[in-house]
Design a protein around this ligand. Sequence first.
Ligand SMILES: NC(=O)c1ccc[n+]([C@@H]2O[C@H](COP(=O)([O-])OP(=O)(O)OC[C@H]3O[C@@H](n4cnc5c(N)ncnc54)[C@H](OP(=O)(O)O)[C@@H]3O)[C@@H](O)[C@H]2O)c1
Length: 313
Amino acid sequence: MRVLVAGASGAIGVRLVPQLIERGHDVVGTSRSEPSAERLRALGAEAAVLDLLDPRAVRRVVLQARPDAIVHQATALADGGFTRKLDRGFAQTNRLRTEGTDALMAAAREADVRRFVGQSFAPYRYARAGGPVKTEEDPLEADPPASARQTFAAMRHLDEAVTGFGGIALRYGGFYGAANDGLVGPVRKRQFPVIGDGGGIFSFVHLDDAAAATVLALDHDGPAIYNIVDDEPAPAREWLPALAAALGAKPPWHVPAWLARLIVGDGLVMMTEARGASNAKAKAELGWTPRYPSWRQGFAAVYRRAGPVRASA
Ligand SMILES: NC(=O)c1ccc[n+]([C@@H]2O[C@H](COP(=O)([O-])OP(=O)(O)OC[C@H]3O[C@@H](n4cnc5c(N)ncnc54)[C@H](OP(=O)(O)O)[C@@H]3O)[C@@H](O)[C@H]2O)c1
């Protein structure tokens, strides 16, 4: 298959491109800059420089590439999207998930592209009611924190647009697997505390496993949504100390919920009440088996390899 990967130079893209090529696909990868395009060529892909927020450019690149499938992995999180006002930090990513998805889809229809896989997200999104672990059939949170409403709406838009096209939305867990993962700095600096009873559940996935599931999804007919998460959704009070230990950092602080509310605002509920996600459907239907079934082995494998903690880090 000829596969166009939008956002191929990001954290998941650079792992996905080699796995697609290994599987026998021809890959056209997009990035925003020529140096990133060069990196994609070194991975064995054809490369195109593309701003997904320019619909005319999207149309041109898709019509030129003539792919059989499109995989949308573009986000804008490298400069940090995790602020107290989530919608502010995610503003550009939200546009990529709405306008970017729509532009890719319009071009895909014109170019008669049959398959579409889009990057979605599982943690924090399932309704904060009932059991701790949710399937794709369970309802999403109807009342997200005010500071994150646009971000939740953008993810919902992507899910609905992709499945409306007949494609597959992959609700990935929180990515880890690179030395510069977003959580590494804050946890090393003890800036990421366990809040309240640390009961909010989070689902992780190793980047290599996320890429492997994406390759499998391309062989599968849509429409469908899959949680691409590891086998062990876990409360912060368990995974956060384990991550600190794997990094060789001091254990996280514990902060009472009332105090944390002053710091993290209305996003607090995501830290204390979030539900995890089940990967049973992806395992059964995609035949996906994560190489890192739990963050327990994954953190140890990834971060111990990353070397000792520097005092100034
Ligand atoms: N599920 C998750 O937990 C999740 C999901 C996404 C990201 N993250 C994390 O966030 C951090 C940053 O992610 P990242 O390294 O993938 O970087 P990123 O800045 O989110 O970029 C991802 C990809 O999107 C492309 N892109 C950005 N803006 C674009 C635009 N306007 N048009 C077209 N393409 C655009 C980037 O191209 P350039 O390389 O040219 O900028 C790159 O290929 C990483 O730690 C990652 O693990 C986590």
